[in-house]
Design a protein around this ligand. Structure first.
Ligand code: TTP
Ligand code: MG
Length: 421
């Protein structure tokens, strides 16, 4: 069923991350409710310490409601630069445990420890080592899930929270999964959950036990097969560190499906910006732009186009991504969008920086180089203040470096770099 038997995929997630950093830096806040987020009238909670969660305060809750629920808390604005520093510190510790670390967000990562066992012990021992070292060296608590698949490892770290370890031993996967509500399956939102309930399917065990064809009949082949596989812990995704990636990208699953071109393009700007920022941080350029779309019924399609020359400029990538998006009927409802950059090249990155790339007209090249310089400056600010701080106000439409080659339906370059969970 699954590629590996042992619980050698670890999912590591810091506990109440922003609030924990605030408690670390100000000992008078330890053991007390701390709420971090936007403090204005329309602010929302980024996160709350577990002491504040006892009062029902949660991420994404309006701050006004959090103030009513827990008036005695200390309310703080996020200090992104500090959190980014602490995140790097923790990721550095993980990298010293195993070379196979795939960071998912500012405070979570997958770590493949299959190769570290000889040196460091079984997955439970390695998980304990990670927790001890992160506490001693970075002063932060985290939870670890260990399992044979990414899906189950992530679920396990959630079940272990806060300040815990859950190792799903080989052979016990089904016993752990079966009693959990089907809504824990990645891809099940309220609408799908309602459909499952109408079929009498409440738990993951129910979904695993039903005939796949029945699920496909009710939910469509994409979603039906996907959920049936996950419910049986069939998730072949491997842990892929960024440096080995054949592509760099960003994708997002939306809480509610998008239906208009305008909404999709707005998200596409953000995703393009994120993907290009990663590209530039890695010192790379790309030649191929890939757009991935997953519709409400879970059908997933991709389109790719290759540029005349390599680039790391968001505006150029966005122009192409937008044309690729236009080839889809977004009116069907869009569950997920992704932008990925492939055909990566280090040498081209150096040439682009020096203004040597391609044989483009020199004035045009200057404009491109200037824009690249601006975007690099934005990256620096983003590094210091975190990704929430800088958003491009607009992305001007470029009229250079048009694509010269159409490569429809190329495989998505790196299926593994997906939003798990
Ligand atoms: P999470 O890992 O989801 O939450 P957490 O670390 O605060 O708490 P725990 O993992 O113990 O449940 O997110 C990591 C950080 O990302 C979080 O500290 C603040 C930020 N964040 C937001 O800014 N807005 C959000 O809606 C969420 C969920 C997180
Ligand atoms: Mg966390």
């Amino acid at each position: 069923m699954t590629a590996r038997r042992d619980a050698t995929i670890l999912h590591v997630d810091l506990d109440a991350f922003f609030a924990a950093v605030e408690q670390l830096d100000d000992p008078s806040l330890r053991g007390r409710p701390v709420i971090v987020g936007g403090l204005g009238n329309r602010g929302v909670v980024s996160t709350a310490s577990y002491e504040a969660r006892d009062f029902g305060v949660r991420s994404a809750m309006p701050m006004a409601r959090a103030r009513r629920a827990c008036p005695q808390a200390t309310f703080l604005r996020p200090r992104m630069a500090r959190y980014v520093d602490k995140s790097h510190e923790v990721m550095g510790i993980l990298a010293s445990i195993s070379p196979l670390v795939e960071q998912l967000s500012i405070d979570e990562a997958f770590v493949d420890v299959a190769g570290a066992r000889r040196m460091l012990g079984d997955p439970a021992e390695i998980a304990a080592t990670i927790r001890r070292r992160v506490l001693e060296e970075a002063g932060l608590c985290l939870s670890v899930g260990a399992a044979s698949t990414k899906f189950l490892a992530k679920l396990a770290s959630d079940l272990a929270k806060p300040d815990g370890i859950l190792v799903v031993e080989p052979g016990t996967e089904h016993a752990v999964l079966a009693p959990l509500p089907a809504s824990r399956l990645w891809g099940v939102g309220p609408a799908t959950m309602a459909k499952l309930e109408r079929m009498g399917l409440r738990t993951i065990g129910d979904v695993a036990a039903i005939d796949e064809q029945v699920l496909v009949g009710a939910l469509g082949s994409g979603l039906g097969r996907h959920l049936h596989a996950l419910a049986r812990n069939d998730d072949p995704r491997e842990v892929i560190p960024e440096r080995d990636a054949k592509s760099i990208g960003a994708e997002e699953t939306f809480a509610a499906d998008l239906h208009t071109v305008f909404e999709c393009e707005r998200e596409l700007v953000r995703l393009t910006d994120r993907a290009c920022a990663r590209l530039r941080t890695s010192g790379l350029t790309a030649r191929t732009v890939n757009v991935k779309i997953r519709f409400g019924d879970f059908e997933t399609r991709t389109r790719a186009r290759t540029l005349a020359g390599a680039t790391d400029v968001s505006t150029i990538v966005f122009a192409v991504a937008r044309e690729l998006l236009a080839e889809f009927d977004v009116g069907r409802g869009v569950r997920l969008l992704g932008v990925a950059l492939s055909r990566l090249d280090v040498v081209a990155a150096v040439q682009a920086t020096l203004g040597l790339a391609g044989d483009a007209h020199s004035e045009r090249r200057d404009r491109t180089a200037r824009r690249a310089a601006v975007e690099r400056a934005v990256d620096e600010v983003r590094d210091r203040f975190g990704s929430l701080a800088v958003r491009p106000a607009t992305l001007v439409e470029p009229n250079e470096d048009r694509p010269n080659e159409d490569r429809p339906n190329e495989d998505w370059p790196n299926e593994d770099r997906s939003t798990a969970g």
